[in-house]
Design a protein around this ligand. Structure first.
Ligand code: ADP
Ligand code: MG
Length: 312
């Protein structure tokens, strides 16, 4: 198992002149899972990650990795691997040489370079100049760099940008595996749909504020789910629901029942001796919930807690 560490953001605030990019972000990111750091462009994701990685200072608050600030880590590359937006590469260098430079500087064995190129699927491109790489190949090279020190923490800023659907599928499997090995994986994105199948937990930012923090499955309130059920004898099913005083709505795709979960609807049908042809749980599309959250049209209970732990 890799040594995952907790990432702790405590009241992180960053002002650039009159612009408040990050406004009191408090969040905790756990090892052994993939956490999505979501928010529209300009929400403050990159700024928050740059503060975590010690690239810029916070105006106030702190961000720590296993209890230490980045600058206090004795072996940073072996502790946290990061890929930030717009990583710059020397275009005339080959992929392998690019990584060798960093490996040497960090006291990491040169053998590791071939290992990480293999891990990210760039083994065949090791000797090619980075200048000719596609955006997707650069993303993979960035990931190879992040993995050089075999760190327990990975911080990736919009890693899916520039990847084709096959690349995104590959990245999803790869990140899930790294988390399963016990690592802490924090991955930012401006689109929930892009990472929905990758992440276990979410921290959602909007205009520098955390508007949701929790499990992906907690994003949607259970009361927003409905059970859509159908039977070859739809009339009999409707009668049984009416007899039980359960409100429902008949649609083309079946009968929508609110206030009862699938098990309860199934039991009600069974008790009435009605065979079902389908039974599904349906909620609002996650992307819709996400957009309402970041646009301030929806307030999630997880965001109603102030830094002092009091409810706002
Ligand atoms: N170096 C900087 N100087 C001034 N403003 C900045 C700087 N970096 C970021 N910002 C501003 O801070 C806000 C958050 O930006 P950023 O952290 O890049 O958001 P995200 O990564 O979520 O798109 C934006 O309004 C952006 O213009
Ligand atoms: Mg960004």
């Amino acid at each position: 198992m890799a040594d995952g560490l907790v990432l702790d953001f405590s009241g992180v605030t960053k002002r650039f002149g009159a612009v408040t990019a990050v406004a009191g972000v408090t969040a905790r990111v756990e090892p052994g899972r993939v956490t999505g750091f979501l928010g529209p462009n300009g929400a403050g994701k990159t700024t928050t990650l740059r503060i975590l990685l010690g690239l810029i200072g916070a105006t106030s608050g702190s961000a720590t990795i296993g209890g230490l600030r980045y600058a206090e880590l004795s072996h940073p590359l072996q502790t946290v691997g990061a890929v930030l937006e717009a990583s710059s590469f020397h275009p005339g260098r080959t992929a392998a040489n690019h990584l060798r430079v960093y490996a040497q500087a960090a006291g990491i064995g040169i053998d590791r370079v071939d290992d990480v190129l293999g891990l990210v699927g760039l083994a065949d491109a090791a000797g090619r100049k980075i200048g000719g790489f596609s955006l997707g190949m650069r993303q993979r090279l960035g990931l190879a760099y992040a993995l050089l020190g075999d760190p327990g923490v990975l911080v990736l800023d919009e890693p899916a940008n520039g990847l084709d659907p096959e690349g995104i599928r590959w990245l999803r499997e790869f990140l899930r595996q790294l988390a399963q090995e016990g690592r802490t994986v924090l991955v930012s994105s401006h689109m929930l749909a892009e990472v929905q199948q990758t992440v276990d937990a979410l921290v959602v930012l909007s205009r520098g504020h955390v508007v949701f923090q929790g499990e992906l499955e907690d994003l949607v309130d259970p009361t927003e789910y409905a059970t859509v059920v159908d039977a070859p004898d739809r009339g009999a099913l409707a009668d049984a629901l009416s007899a039980a005083d359960v409100p429902f709505e008949i649609l083309r795709s079946g009968i929508t029942v609110r206030g009862l979960d699938g098990t309860e609807v199934g039991r009600l049908a069974a008790d009435a001796g009605i065979a079902l042809s389908s039974l599904q749980r349906r909620g609002p599309a996650l992307e819709e919930v996400f957009l309402e959250l970041v646009n301030g049209q929806r307030v999630h209970a997880s965001a109603l807690v102030t830094d002092s732990g009091e409810t706002r």
